[in-house]
Design a protein around this ligand. Structure first.
Ligand code: 6PG
Length: 478
């Protein structure tokens, strides 16, 4: 009898195919299946020599090819297709088997699916997988949720094929239910935020300092050697240095300036609103993409007046932009980690924030040298209320803030939009403030709606009778 497969992959699009190859390259016998057999055949023809693949045409044969407890990864477009695949395969599985969803599913869908399959004795593991096509093949960052029991047999395989940093795998058990997909969602939200901040830095250097894309590419290359060192900074340099073959123009100048989104950034903000976590950097990034896409509204450019963005700054301004970018980035990540903390508390997932920073150091889109410092911050204090108060980050932000403020001022003066930089700075200043104008808002609420307020100097819930002479105050909880 043919050797049973250790794991299977159904859905052989680019991500699924590369993930299957990654398993095979690591010596695992991997069963492969696709809705149409053509893709399965193509995979074997092209890459069959890379390892032990078991191509199967029918779901029944695919499931039968797996050793028990069966482990099969679904790699299809998140949404209805995932439910369709689950409906097709779940009846073929037995209690103890493990069904892994490696797509970008919404965590609430994962919670629902996990609960339904648990009732049938099947482990459903919603797993974030980040790193794009290349990551899937060469080592992604993997964020599996579901039962801890399933991780005992599945975890070692996933850790094996994940990226490694300092010998440590970029994969760990995240938490039960939809925890894995929640963390992946926030990863994507941070990704949006990071990309927006980088784009603002580029725009400032381009318009404010009059630098060419090629010159800015050099700046990004230099930054990549320092504390900003990351995959996104590295690829930004590549994109900016690229020349369009058809026109000879910088590539960035021939691309339509409307940023698209598949939805994970938006989900992050929606979830943050429900949890009451101010992820202002992620929200600004999502809205900046939306704004860029509103062609009709942007017709306003013909009418609205303002200063000329061009010039006036020299290339030494780049150092200040580096500081503003770094500080804003710390804020964005701090907000994202707070959202994971809040989600974990809300759903009882007990997510280890330091471990999340550890598995994001490699493989994923937001991989960056500085994630090791976030890991360190949570290692020092697991219950840190915000990364900004970690002694090292607080000192860095303190050092960066003069330049950060100057960059926001110069951008404002020139009319260059910097929603990411400025909202991050406002967040920093809000956290620094001993008193916020929220007190006035409480007063307004009490005035028009008797919504009551707490006092700084006395216990109890109070209301001022604004309509009565002398505006007497009563304690409403007495
Ligand atoms: C990853 C990415 C990936 C995501 C892209 C595109 O971690 O590998 O996050 O999952 O699909 O980033 O996202 P948008 O189309 O929404 O920009």
């Amino acid at each position: 009898m043919a050797q049973k497969a250790v794991i299977g992959v159904t859905g052989l699009g680019v991500m699924g195919r590369n993930l299957a190859r990654n398993f095979a390259r690591h010596g695992y016998t991997v069963a492969v299946h696709n809705r149409t057999y053509g893709k399965t055949k193509a995979l074997i023809e092209e890459f069959g020599h890379e390892g032990a693949f078991v191509p199967e045409e029918s779901p029944e044969a695919f499931v039968a090819a797996l050793e028990r407890p069966r482990k099969m990864v679904i790699m299809v477009k998140a949404g209805q297709s995932t439910d369709a695949v689950i409906d097709e395969f779940a009846p073929l599985l037995e209690p103890g088997d493990i069904l892994i969803d490696g797509g970008n599913a919404h965590y609430a869908d994962t919670e629902r699916r996990e609960k339904a399959l648990r009732e049938r004795g099947i482990h459903f593991v919603g797993s974030g997988i980040s790193g794009g096509e290349q990551g899937a093949l060469e080592g992604p960052s993997i964020m599996p949720g579901g039962s801890r029991e399933s991780y005992a047999s599945l975890g070692p395989i996933l850790e094996d094929i994940s990226a490694k940093v300092d010998g440590a795998p970029c994969c760990t058990y995240v938490g039960p239910g939809g925890a894995g997909h929640f963390v992946k969602m926030v990863h994507n939200g941070i990704e949006y935020s990071d990309m927006q901040l980088i784009a603002e830095a580029y725009d400032l250097l381009r318009k404010g300092a009059g630098m060419t894309p090629a010159e800015i590419a050099e700046v990004f290359r230099t930054w990549n050697q320092g504390r900003l060192g990351s995959y996104l900074i590295e690829i930004t340099a590549e994109v900016l240095a690229h020349t369009d073959a058809a026109t000879g123009k910088p590539f960035v100048d021939i691309v339509l300036d409307r940023a698209e989104q598949k939805g994970t950034g938006r989900w992050t903000v929606q979830a943050a609103l429900d949890l009451g976590v101010p992820v202002t950097g992620i929200a600004q990034a999502v809205f900046a993409r939306s704004l860029s896409g509103h062609a009709d509204t942007r017709e306003a450019a013909r009418v609205l007046t303002g200063p000329s963005a061009d010039g006036g700054l020299d290339s030494s301004f780049a150092d200040k932009v580096e500081q503003a970018l770094y500080a804003s980035k710390v804020v964005a990540y701090a907000q994202g980690f707070n959202q994971i903390q809040a989600g974990s508390a809300e759903y009882g997932w007990d997510i280890d924030l330091g471990a999340m920073a550890t598995i994001w150091r490699g493989g994923c889109i937001i991989r960056a040298g500085f994630l090791d410092r976030i890991r360190g911050a949570y290692e020092t204090d697991r219950g840190l209320p915000t990364l900004l108060t970690d002694a090292n980050f607080a000192a860095e932000l303190g050092d960066a803030q003069d330049a950060w403020r100057e960059v926001v001022v110069e951008a404002t003066r020139r009319g260059i939009p910097v929603p990411g930089f400025s909202s991050a700075l406002s967040y920093y200043d809000a956290l620094r403030a001993e008193r916020l104008p929220a007190a006035l808002i409480q007063g307004q609420r009490d005035f028009f709606g008797a919504h009551t307020y707490l006092r700084t100097d006395r216990e109890g819930v109070h209301h001022t009778h604004w309509e009565l002479p002398g505006r007497p105050e009563t304690r409403t909880d007495a």
